[in-house]
Design a protein around this ligand. Structure first.
Ligand SMILES: Cc1cc2nc3c(=O)[nH]c(=O)nc-3n(C[C@H](O)[C@H](O)[C@H](O)COP(=O)(O)OP(=O)(O)OC[C@H]3O[C@@H](n4cnc5c(N)ncnc54)[C@H](O)[C@@H]3O)c2cc1C
Ligand code: SF4
Length: 511
């Protein structure tokens, strides 16, 4: 064999650079289902299923093109449970002239592949990942010499470089950012009629995977009965077209809003398809821009959406590769509390947490503000250990891949990297959740109360956080007002907040 081409579970594109120039007579593809990947963190069953189903569909697609695929499924135990062990076993028996692979999305997978090749003495060719619009080297060049990494400046450069929403070198509409028009909460009457996102009922391959996951990972969290995610490129293209037509027009306006029994709102639900590489970000950006140019969606929504893909997604990936492996250990506040059990069960009387975690366990999905300002915010305010929080986020979402998840969790939600790319910790009291959702209506807590029997845990822990970090917050112009507000409280009020916070933390530790 000339080339053995390794295709990882999140590299499912015919444009995978490792497939370029493949000769079906001399080259072969290797795909590995490693049970160790499914159990490394306590994975949601829908996350395991989406990977396995998309991989199996892709292997079928390659075979349909006359390519030989050596597919090591979960039950093929040669080499043990890990990716590294299974790859090593294959290299030792097949002895290809070379292993070709597109650069892995995850730091540890890249290290495992290199180690297996070194041990088997098989030359390794790693190809840059052309899926992303900004290569790792280009991002490192952009970041060089910058004291602070700010997404907004990176995004503007990406807009210019890729001519996205640009006219004569200037941003369309005369502004880079339309956030002022976006991100409103819903009126008191709620969101009104909700769009129904397309669903992709499991075909025979997916049904087999769902049964396998049900059997093999019975103890894992998360439901499978709602599984209807796109697992092929055709499904993903359909999901993209549906979003552009039916939800993009109102995407921006309600991007941050939350409402009971509204798991999806106007969001695109494309993150998993993008991260599996079933979709190319260029086609997603082009489709959104075309909708605006045809007058089918307003500029605010289209700009807000393109910023997520061309800005945040590329930026987050750049930061991941710049800051690994240290990012895994980041713990600016030295938080050490264990993750409360209700993150795995949704059994809590905090309505916002019950809703957000509940839908996460049902679908493997929550939108950005639910992740950042509900579960993430609570973890930061409660002083949960960043590693434990990272392992939860990596486990419970169908779109979870470490390069996307870790910087969002550690950097954005927890400020555990001390503000490397955020100018302040994203902390908020119950007042924010009350403004952006209806979760507080009917909750046994009151978002306005810091202490007392109905005090909202978010509000108590928010004030407690400011009390604990007053000096650091006072030194930052973006948070100096928070510090001034806590400084206005008298000693008795501050002591009451500390006591109430201590009680909450004791309760969640034993819940
Ligand atoms: C703590 C935390 C953990 C997260 N973990 C992941 C993860 O593992 N995988 C993941 O893809 N996203 C992650 N995100 C980012 C974001 O929440 C999801 O991409 C988004 O909610 C997916 O839903 P959607 O496709 O409907 O997105 P939309 O709201 O429709 O946004 C469009 C697309 O933009 C991209 N995007 C938006 N925000 C971000 C961001 N902050 N970082 C990277 N891409 C972004 C996604 O590809 C998304 O599909 C995380 C955010 C937080 C706060
Ligand atoms: S009152 Fe507090 S705990 Fe209850 S839903 Fe509102 S923010 Fe969440």
């Amino acid at each position: 064999m000339r080339n053995l081409i390794l295709i990882l579970g999140d590299q499912l594109s015919l444009d995978n650079p490792a497939l370029a120039g493949i000769d079906a007579l001399q080259d072969r593809v290797l795909m590995i289902e490693a049970p160790g990947e499914a159990t490394r963190v306590w994975n949601h069953r829908a996350r395991i299923a989406i990977f396995l189903s998309a991989m199996r569909h892709f292997a079928g697609q390659l075979r349909g093109r006359g390519i030989t695929v050596d597919y090591r499924d979960l039950d093929d135990r040669r080499g043990g449970d890990s990716l590294r062990g299974r790859l090593l076993a294959t290299l030792k028996t097949e002895r290809p002239q070379r292993l070709r692979v597109c650069e892995a999305g995850e730091y540890s997978a890249a290290a495992d592949i290199a180690a297996a090749c070194a041990e088997a003495d098989v030359p390794l060719a790693v190809l840059p990942d052309s899926h992303f619009l900004c290569s790792r080297a280009e991002f490192a060049e952009w970041a060089k010499g910058r004291k602070e990494l700010r997404m907004e400046f990176f995004y503007r450069e990406m807009r210019r470089r890729h001519g996205a929403l640009m006219r004569n070198g200037k941003p369309e509409g005369g502004r880079w950012n339309f956030d002022a028009e976006n991100r409103a909460g819903f009126p008191k009457t709620g969101p009104g009629e909700l769009p129904t996102p397309p669903s992709f009922p499991p075909d025979a391959i997916t049904r087999e995977v769902l049964a396998l996951v049900e059997r093999r990972f019975a103890e894992h969290p998360g439901a499978l009965q709602h599984f209807a995610w796109p697992v092929t490129r055709d499904d993903a293209l359909h999901a993209l077209a549906d979003f552009i037509r039916h939800r993009l027009p109102r995407f921006g306006q309600h991007q941050d809003a939350m409402w009971s029994d509204m798991p999806f709102g106007w969001h695109s639900l494309l993150s998993a398809a993008l991260n599996l590489k079933l979709l190319d970000p260029r086609e997603v950006i082009a489709a959104a821009e075309a909708a605006w140019r045809e007058g089918a969606a307003p500029l605010e929504s289209v700009e807000g959406f393109i910023r997520q893909i061309l800005g945040w997604r590329e930026f987050i990936r750049g930061v991941y590769w710049l800051d690994m492996p240290g990012l895994l250990e980041a713990n600016h506040y030295r938080h050490e509390r264990p993750l409360p059990r209700f993150y795995w069960t949704a059994e809590t009387d905090m309505n916002c947490m019950r809703e957000t975690i509940g839908q996460t366990l049902r679908y493997g999905y929550a939108h950005h503000i639910q992740r950042l300002m509900v579960t993430g915010n609570f973890a930061l305010l409660a002083g949960i250990n960043p590693r434990a929080v990272h392992e939860w986020y990596l486990a419970v979402y169908v779109d979870a891949v470490e390069w996307a998840e870790l910087p969002n969790t550690t950097g954005m939600a927890l400020f555990a990297n001390g503000g490397r790319f955020t100018s302040k910790p994203y902390i908020a009291s119950g007042a924010y959740i009350s403004r952006m959702s209806n979760y507080c209506t009917g909750c046994r807590y009151d978002p306005k109360q810091k202490t007392g029997p109905r005090a909202c845990p978010f509000t108590t822990l928010y004030w407690n956080f400011i009390d604990r970090h007053e000096a650091e917050l006072a030194a930052n112009p973006r948070t100096v007002l928070m510090a001034r507000n806590v400084a206005r409280l008298d000693a008795g009020a501050r002591a009451a907040i500390r006591e109430a916070a201590g009680n909450i933390l004791d309760t969640i530790a034993t819940a």
